[in-house]
Design a protein around this ligand. Structure first.
Ligand SMILES: [Fe+2]
Length: 254
């Protein structure tokens, strides 16, 4: 969520990589610029901080300059189930030090603003075409409804290594390994200011609820934390061994 979160990522991710012995960092960047959308500068900033794959969601189309960036590289994804013809792509094959992972970005349809294609059949098709390239499969299910994210976790149990939700910005406490070996959490939470309404200045959001008038939201700055999960995956089997929630507080002069 905006600049404070980008700075937190820059300050915290390199040491987390070392401390937790992390091979691959994936982050959803759809609100990295001003709390809505992502521009090229912010995407590059996150990529140089140690994040190797960026996923996104419904806000990816906010900054027009990102359209060509989505086409030009494969480190920033948009949801795979946008209709044919949308810029960019919804999956990538990450490879490093003999490891590989197929990273897939999906968007839900329940209570979401876009009429995207069916994410379930979409992920089936990606796995059918690309699944042979990697045993490790990581799925960012960007969706509002807990039920739709829950359903995707079970749908992919045994076929994906990790299925995690994004979009609501509120971290859920339901992380677990499903019986087929898929690590699952309904929402990983945001990297952003916790003294806020899902990252935005709370006073403005409350006024919006009270008056029902349109408002310009600004990213809040207080009490910034990096949230997510650390997952240990057996690279040969593609099965998860452990999933752990992460919430690391960040100080501006860190
Ligand atoms: Fe979103």
């Amino acid at each position: 969520m905006g600049r404070p979160a980008r700075r937190a990522v820059r300050d915290l991710v390199p040491s987390l990589i070392k401390k937790e012995e992390i091979d691959l960092v994936v982050a959803n960047a759809e609100n990295a610029s001003g709390g809505m959308g992502v521009d090229i500068k912010s995407a590059k900033e996150l990529l140089s901080a140690g994040v190797q794959v960026l996923t996104s969601g419904n806000h990816i189309w906010r900054k027009k300059e990102i359209y060509s960036f989505l086409d030009d590289q494969d480190k920033l994804l948009r949801p795979a189930n946008f209709p044919t013809g949308a810029p960019g792509k919804g999956w990538c094959l990450w490879q490093q030090n003999g490891y590989s992972a197929l990273v897939i970005n999906l968007q839900g349809r329940v209570f979401m603003p876009n009429h995207v294609d069916d994410p379930f059949r979409c992920v089936d098709e990606i796995l059918r075409q690309q699944g042979r390239h990697s045993r490790v499969v990581i799925v960012d299910m960007h969706a509002e409804a807990t039920s739709e994210k829950n359903a995707m976790g079970w749908y992919l149990d045994g076929r994906a290594s990790i299925v995690y939700g994004t979009h609501t910005h509120v971290q859920t406490a339901d992380e677990r390994i499903l019986p087929g070996g898929t690590a699952y959490i309904t929402d990983v939470g945001m990297c952003g200011p916790l003294d806020s309404v899902i990252g935005m200045e709370k006073e403005t959001v409350i006024k919006g609820f009270l008056t029902q008038l349109p408002r310009q939201f600004e990213v809040a700055e207080e009490n910034v934390a990096l949230q997510g999960v650390v997952v240990d995956v057996d690279a040969d089997a593609g099965k998860a061994r452990e999933i752990r929630r992460l919430r690391v507080h960040w100080e501006a002069n860190h």
